[in-house]
Design a protein around this ligand. Structure first.
Ligand code: NIG
Ligand code: FE
Length: 401
């Protein structure tokens, strides 16, 4: 009897163990029952397997994790993009009833089938680059029926494709038209009705809020929603300090959030509080670029605090119509000055941490055997190209996907 179901040879590995890339040149990986059973230098491989895959000198990373997407939505916001090119700001458009609310109108009108059909090509684009786990947020329904529909669509994407999907209820994303001028009342509805109902149906793995003093929810309102999440046994995340310093980073830390996302304007104190709380900082360079933000996240403060940093697409129709996680590597390095190791850890081990998933993101025995294989000469090449996809294959739970 062989000890392993399958081994991968002729590969260089970025294991992501330790603080850096955890490189093993001329390495091997063995899997058993969908889990990694052994990782190391090929010369040390202890035994054979039923199936041997030769990787042709590819670099193998843990399956990529896109830990922040709004991939389920109807319509698009190209008209709004044109308005912004003519001088309107993201915030002005939102205040005038466009922005997120225009996607809410389209999404409320769409059937579950239509939402799946719209999301699938976007999902395919991510998977083609080596993504094996994605997070999907609701937040374009803003009523129970549509929020639940979006989350059902997200679950269906996970069931239909070789990808793991983590769902997040973002019902507190914007104030719907029927609650115009009554933001606090809507936050109460989210906390008292929407979160408990979504949790009872098992539709969400986490809860998120867009906290912002001008177009989002206040700290108090955020706390009501987070308290509902706590009662439902769900971890929390926060869209924080995207457009100004609202104290979002510290708020996320106070609530023990899995992650605080965007954080362009987060100050050093909030960043240090996040690091102490174990809250991951999710950087979203696609949104920074697309809304032509100029205030960069304080990466130096994040490094000084020892904050775990992740990178994600924020794939959404308004602020980041980005279908490429590899492009985010390049943008994270060029726009935010991340190192190659920071960027690559940001879409593997730290992205998994942002989802509270301790079973992936690293190549180590006992973890899920999710792999992404790339035809590159060195890991830096993954961050270097703009618009090249060197992914030669994905493995999900030990199976070719
Ligand atoms: O992550 N900031 C709020 N939410 C999204 C944008 C959603 C939209 O504009 O449709 C974001 O940037
Ligand atoms: Fe987002």
């Amino acid at each position: 009897m062989t000890a392993f179901d399958r081994v991968w040879l002729d590969a260089h590995l970025c294991t992501m163990t330790g603080d850096g890339l955890g490189v093993i040149e001329d390495g091997a990986i063995a899997a058993k029952d969908g889990r990694i059973a052994w990782v190391g230098r090929r010369a040390d491989l202890p035994s054979a397997a039923l199936v041997t895959t030769r990787c042709g000198g590819a670099w193998v990373l843990p399956g990529l994790v896109d830990c922040h997407t709004h991939i389920v939505f109807a319509g698009n916001r190209a008209p709004e993009f044109e308005m912004r090119l003519n001088g309107a700001s993201y915030e002005e458009i939102a205040k005038a009833g466009g922005g997120i609310l225009s996607t809410v109108r389209a999404t409320r009108d769409a059937t579950e089938h239509e939402l799946v059909a719209a999301a699938l090509p976007r999902l395919h684009a991510l998977l083609a680059e080596g993504v094996t786990t994605i997070e999907v947020k609701s937040g374009y329904g803003l009523d129970l029926a549509t929020e639940a529909r979006m989350l059902r669509v997200a679950r269906r994407l996970g069931a239909a494709r070789h990808v793991a999907v983590a769902t997040t209820c973002l019902a507190a994303h914007a104030v719907p038209p029927e609650y115009a001028g009554r933001r606090a009342d809507f936050a109460r509805v989210v906390a008292d009705e929407i979160i408990p109902a979504i949790a009872a149906e098992g539709l969400a793995d986490a809860v998120d809020v867009f906290t912002d003093t001008a177009i989002g929810f206040t700290a108090d309102e955020t706390s009501w929603v987070f308290e509902a999440a706590r009662q439902a046994g769900l971890p929390v995340k926060l869209h924080a300090d995207q457009l100004r310093d609202d104290g979002g980073a510290a708020l996320a830390a106070r609530h023990g959030a899995l992650s605080a996302d965007h954080i362009e304007y987060a100050g050093a104190e909030g960043i240090a509080a996040m690091a102490r709380a174990g809250t991951v900082g999710v950087l979203l360079p696609g949104a920074f670029y697309f809304i032509r933000e100029t205030h960069r996240p304080d990466i130096a403060a994040m490094r000084a605090a020892g904050l775990r940093m992740a990178l994600a697409t924020d794939l959404n129709p308004g602020s980041s119509p980005a279908l490429s996680l590899l492009l985010m590597l390049n943008m994270g390095c060029t726009l935010f000055r991340l190192t190659v190791a920071e960027a690559l850890r940001g879409i593997t081990v730290n992205a998994a941490a942002a989802l509270g998933m301790a079973d992936r993101g690293v190549l180590a025995p006992g973890l899920r055997c999710d792999l992404s294989l790339f035809d590159v000469s060195r890991p830096a090449e993954l961050c270097y190209w703009i618009g090249r996809n060197p992914c030669r294959g994905r493995v999900v739970a030990g199976e070719d996907a």
